[in-house]
Write a protein that binds this ligand. Structure first.
Ligand code: TXA
Ligand code: MG
Length: 362
């Protein structure tokens, strides 16, 4: 199949809507990441999504609608969901709600809930209006790769597997939506994103954050959100996060970098814009401004993709506090690093006191 990347003219949006109506897939820009969309009510079309991405069938999809009310035939919309939508929709929030029978099992992986999102990107909105269908769309990457934040990323992963990618520019948020479940006793964030727990608390009296957000699932533990079971976002090489006080983090990053180079490896440091000067003479990539986490979320996936394509062997990354948008950033970075972390403060202490074995390296 010939894949065309089209600027989002009214004609292109019309063609993309026709493709969706006839059971084809479309690459769709959203404010979070690009989606790989199909008519959510067409089981055969939705199966094509799983085949194109190489996605396990037990990982359910998000259904996109132009307004939350458009999801009324698909799920039971509670007052809490309406209150969240009034504040955050359209925007980077996905709400898990009890499903109705019209939703094909293939969309929900057989769960009794369905994930619903109202994207704010004008191209996604225009396409939803033009096709008049709910659109099931996961991120438009090959399963396991970082989510795509440009049309070119989508083309790179899925060329030949879909007829049209609408090019809506770089995704503004750059990380996938916040997923909140309203199906249990307490509203629970299953995946952190652009709508932070702090923001959710402006609307809800209480919010739980699933504790698997910042740690790996334990043996036998059931994932609340099936997507959290899989290894995600990982570049081909070995990425290590380095935490601790700033000066020690920079010292440890420089030391590990030099050791990797001496070992004949290719290496790169992922540093905040403000700290680039600390790594002069070394291969270093900016992951955005520490003081403005939205610049970090915006570019993180593009940086991880670049490192993957370069085939960099060893990567060492500075980290952010897991608060506000930092929670979503650290959730993705931790997964990309397979949760590998070095505590620079302990590491430095161990070096100045060599009789003590450092246990932080993993
Ligand atoms: O920003 C986004 O959410 C993007 C854009 C395209 O909207 N989409 C996206 O979809 O990231 P995907 O499929 O890559 O991630 C959806 C996540 C997965 O972790 C999935 O397991 C979870 O949502 N999910 C979907 N339906 C669910 C359900 N009924 N219950 C629990 N988790 C669900
Ligand atoms: Mg995904």
């Amino acid at each position: 199949m010939n894949t065309r990347v089209l600027p989002p003219t009214p004609q292109a949006i019309h063609e993309a809507a026709l493709a969706l109506q006839s059971g084809e897939l479309v690459g769709i820009p959203t404010e979070t990441v690009y989606g790989l969309g199909a008519n959510a009510l067409d089981e055969a079309a939705v199966r094509k999504i799983f085949a194109a991405k190489g996605r396990p069938a037990d990982n359910p999809l998000i259904v996109h609608v132009a307004r939350l009310e458009d999801a009324a035939p698909l799920c039971e919309i509670s007052d809490t969901a309406r209150a969240l939508a009034a504040r955050f929709c359209p925007g980077p929030l996905t709400i898990i709600l009890p499903r109705r029978p019209i939703v094909p099992d293939v969309v929900t992986a057989g769960l009794d809930t369905v994930a619903v999102r109202v994207p704010s990107h004008p191209v996604a909105q225009a396409l939803l209006h033009e096709c008049g269908l709910p659109i099931a769309a996961p991120s438009a990457n090959t399963s396991g790769k970082p989510s795509p934040t440009t049309a070119l990323h989508v083309y790179h992963d899925l060329n030949g597997k879909l007829p049209i990618i609408l090019d809506g520019g770089e995704c503004q948020v750059g990380l996938e939506s916040t997923v909140i479940s309203l199906s249990g006793d307490l509203p629970t964030v299953l995946r952190p994103g652009g709508v932070t727990p702090e923001m959710l608390l402006e609307v809800l009296p209480e919010v739980r954050v699933a504790d698997s957000v910042l740690r790996p699932l334990q043996a036998g533990e059931k994932a609340l959100s099936p997507g959290m079971m899989y290894k995600h976002y990982a570049p081909g090489g070995v990425l290590t996060m380095v935490k601790g006080t700033q000066e020690k983090v920079q010292h440890v990053c420089r030391r590990l970098y030099s050791a990797a180079i001496a070992d004949g490896q290719t290496a790169c440091i992922l540093a905040f814009e403000e700290h680039l000067a600390a790594y002069s003479g070394m291969e270093v990539l900016s992951i955005g401004r520490m003081a403005e986490p939205e610049t970090v979320s915006h570019r993180l996936f593009a940086v991880l993709r670049q490192l993957d394509e370069q085939g960099t062997g060893r990567m060492f990354s500075e980290v952010l506090p897991a608060e506000g948008l930092g929670l979503a950033i650290m959730n993705r970075l931790s997964r990309a690093a397979g949760f590998r972390t070095i505590d620079a403060d302990q590491e430095e202490e161990a070096l100045s006191c060599p009789s003590r074995e450092s246990s932080s390296r993993s």
